[in-house]
Design a protein around this ligand. Structure first.
Ligand code: CIR
Length: 270
């Protein structure tokens, strides 16, 4: 096992993050249900607040320019997986998102990151990958298939990371739409995942019914960023002793996106 693998805090202690500004084309982003297009100006404003919150949590943020050719590229998490020893380019499963990883890879290399290129012949979205302290879980979904999983598994196992295929619940876009890591042995999950076998060795806090979208929160160092509008979840986390900060994601959520999707978070080096 690599000496960088699975140090305590590896899954929620971050030194840096990379985000991508939403472009004008974001109005044409993919959505399961059309509740109208997001408003670009409002999206940018919420995105700027998101950057500030990451910075307040102690993370150095690199902001990349919008990619107008890819309306969903603000959801940068789907194109790559950050490890302490490099950034793995993925292969997003939606046709309009093909090309996002290649564009990102070129930029990351210019910025001096070690990039592990994708040679998968299947598909895999970062939103389906949950990094915990004991294993990396990959949710098989409409966007992540067995071939994509097998490819990532070979890359991760070579580097000493235990990896397991799990199931993204039916009708849910990504595995992490429904769960997040809160600390080394605690996850927050919707009722759909709370009893999942993969979480058997974790303490699971269940998102109150009706607030399922709040499962897409992110712990960043000592703060848990929670989407605004889910008071019962924010209260539950505060009661459990977490420092909670709420953030508006009204425009990202029109495209089925949330807090985790909008950044690549780089684990703290030792
Ligand atoms: C998509 O359907 O690909 C985008 N509209 C939303 C992606 C959200 N990403 C994520 O949950 N990791």
């Amino acid at each position: 096992m690599s000496d960088l693998t699975f140090r305590p805090g590896f899954s929620y202690r971050f030194s840096a993050a990379i985000v991508r500004r939403p472009g004008r084309s974001v109005a044409g982003g993919i959505r399961a249900i059309d509740r109208g297009p997001p408003d670009c100006a409002r999206f940018r404003q919420e995105h700027s607040e998101y950057i500030r919150a990451l910075e307040r949590a102690g993370v150095r943020v690199t902001v990349l320019d919008a990619l107008e050719a890819h309306p969903d590229s603000v959801f940068i998490e789907d194109a790559a997986l950050c490890l302490p020893d490099g950034i793995v380019l993925l292969r997003p499963g939606a046709p309009s998102r093909t090309g996002e990883a290649a564009a990102l890879g070129a930029t990351l290399e210019q910025l001096g990151h070690l990039v592990i290129a994708c040679q998968a012949d299947g598909f895999i979205d970062g939103g389906d990958i949950l990094t915990t302290e004991s294993a990396i879980f990959v949710g098989l979904s409409e966007r992540t298939d067995r071939r994509g999983f097998a490819w990532l598994e070979s890359i991760l196992e070579r580097r000493g990371y235990p990896v397991r295929a799990v199931r993204t619940p039916a009708g849910v876009l990504h595995f992490k739409s429904d769960c997040c890591v809160l600390d080394g042995d605690t996850v927050l999950a919707t009722y759909r995942l709370a009893g999942a076998e993969c979480f058997a060795s974790f303490r699971v806090l269940t998102v109150p019914r009706g607030e399922e979208a709040a499962a897409n929160s992110i712990r960043v160092n000592d703060t848990v960023l929670v989407p605004a509008g889910f008071p019962a979840t924010a209260e539950l986390l505060a009661r459990e002793g977490y420092a909670v900060e709420t953030l508006a994601v009204s425009q990202a959520s029109l495209l089925d996106g949330g807090l985790s999707c909008m950044s690549l978070r780089i684990p703290v080096a030792r």
